[in-house]
Ligand binder design. Structure first.
Ligand SMILES: NC(=O)c1ccc[n+]([C@@H]2O[C@H](COP(=O)([O-])OP(=O)(O)OC[C@H]3O[C@@H](n4cnc5c(N)ncnc54)[C@H](OP(=O)(O)O)[C@@H]3O)[C@@H](O)[C@H]2O)c1
Length: 437
């Protein structure tokens, strides 16, 4: 190392998919970082669960450790990068690092969604940086723009595609008319889905990310447990065909709104106009549309996960934190302010139009019975499509779209419809979002 440049000691917690990217950049391409910041980053220790494990990267054995204190108590380590994941023991390590005067960078969305305000406060008290851009949308810079570049705005809404695995599956179902299981298998084969992708499929992963973005944008803590979420399991290629006929695409949409009566935050499949930018986001890509009071709508688009996009976000923060260390810790402008305490609304407070696909008896008078039930709870029908009839079973499939209705009315009508003898199955119910560009 050159004596001319200042050096910052770095400790890594975790050497998995993302840790390997960060370690490779620090160990093998350090000159790239040096050329950008004129700072040497010295990767001193890497904490793992099992030092004997075979890794996809050669790491000098003296910097691998199973002992967290080797990282957290090393006075020469100024920046700790947490890439373990989960809440425990990550939170204990992060607290210890901040309290012992180290800056922290993390990619851990669960940790930030559930414990963000506590950790922002602790970092503020300790006078350290706590950076988490990589926790949401991998390579897409979204936290920095909300907390810095766009901070003069009051944000009113967020509409986003926050999970690359589900967007890949949706795109395969839509474009290749694949079944759900088949497209999930393809996502696994190509490395876009983990062996346990239940948190992706169920919408929980997107809910955690949305909770973080909404908390920062609305400056009021959004508890991830209060984010309504539904997954993509019920989507079939025929839903995409019907949606297209109606002028829509389907996405797993994450939506947060700061309304007069409180904050409503939800993740679920949604029909969105085909002409909207978000409808064109395909494969593993993510996108976030923010509406700011001054900026109007802004859309961010890019790769939301994966080794290198996430490493890009982490290294960007490392460079920033490194520079702040040599300019008297400019952390104040970076730690988010969460000073609001806005009430949370539930999904039952939603007003939207709905798409209903059901299998019904193929005989006269059926549609009249369904229309009567919807009318009895004040739901008005906007359109009806009937195409496929199964002569053998004596059934037909119909798709109804409604004019704007309240969620509780829809739930009430579904309960009545499912008891109706002429309705065999309600196959899918999807909310329709008339997004503005
Ligand atoms: N993967 C992505 O695309 C992505 C994108 C954005 C954010 N993130 C976030 O980045 C973080 C890391 O993700 P990843 O995909 O790299 O995870 P990963 O592949 O599962 O790696 C986790 C690493 O942490 C180590 N570890 C786990 N528990 C530990 C403990 N108790 N003590 C010591 N070491 C422990 C593991 O050690 P061993 O190797 O010895 O088992 C492993 O090296 C997570 O918070 C994730 O949500 C990931």
């Amino acid at each position: 190392m050159s004596k001319d440049n200042p050096t910052i000691g770095v400790g890594l917690l975790g050497l998995g998919s993302i840790g390997i990217g960060v370690a490779e950049a620090l160990l093998c391409h350090s000159e790239r970082l040096l050329s950008k910041a004129k700072i040497e980053f010295d990767l001193r220790q890497i904490l793992v669960r099992d030092i004997e494990k075979v890794r996809a990267i050669r790491i000098p054995s003296e910097i691998l450790t199973e002992n967290p204190s080797s990282v957290l108590s090393d006075p020469a380590i100024q920046v700790v990068i947490e890439l373990i994941g989960g809440i425990h023991p990550a939170i204990e390590y992060v607290r210890q690092a901040l309290c012992s005067g180290k800056d922290v960078i993390t990619a851990n969305k669960e940790l930030v969604a559930q414990k963000g305000p506590e950790l922002f406060e602790l970092a503020r008290k300790c006078g350290r940086n706590f950076r988490f851009d990589a926790a949401v949308c991998g390579g897409i810079p979204i936290i920095g723009p909300i907390t810095r570049d766009l901070q003069a705005n009051d944000f009113k809404s967020i509409h986003a595609i926050l999970n690359g695995t589900t967007n890949f599956i949706i795109t395969s179902i839509e474009e290749k008319a694949m079944g759900f299981d088949e497209s999930l298998a393809l996502a696994r084969e190509l490395g876009f889905a983990e062996s346990d992708s239940s948190n992706d499929i169920s919408g929980l992963d997107a809910a955690n990310k949305l909770a973080i973005i909404a908390t920062l944008a609305f400056r009021s803590y959004v508890d991830p447990a209060k984010v309504y979420f539904e997954g993509i399991q019920k989507l079939r290629s025929r839903d995409f065909l019907y949606a297209k006929e109606l002028g829509y695409g389907i996405k797993l949409l994450a939506t947060a709104e700061d309304r007069e009566d409180g904050i409503l935050v939800r993740v679920h499949p949604a029909l969105i106009p085909v002409s909207h930018l978000l409808a064109k986001v395909s494969g593993i890509y993510n996108a976030v549309q923010l509406y700011g009071s001054y900026s109007g709508n802004i859309v961010f688009h890019g790769q939301g996960a994966g080794r290198w996009p996430t490493t890009s976000a982490i290294l960007g923060e490392l460079l920033d934190v490194g520079q702040s260390i040599f300019t008297d810790h400019a952390f104040h402008s970076i730690l988010p302010v969460i000073d609001g305490n806005k009430p949370m609304r539930t999904i039952l407070d939603l007003e939207a139009s709905y798409y209903l696909r059901m299998t019904v008896s193929d005989k006269a008078g059926v549609f009249g019975q369904i229309a009567e039930i919807l009318g009895s709870v004040d739901i008005s029908i906007a359109s009806v499509i009937q195409k496929d009839a199964d002569k053998e079973k004596g059934t037909a499939e119909i798709v109804i779209t409604t004019h704007p209705s309240r969620e509780y009315q829809i739930q009430e009508s579904l309960a009545i419809l499912s008891d109706l003898s002429v309705v065999s199955t309600v196959n899918n119910v999807i909310r329709i979002e008339e997004l503005s560009s």
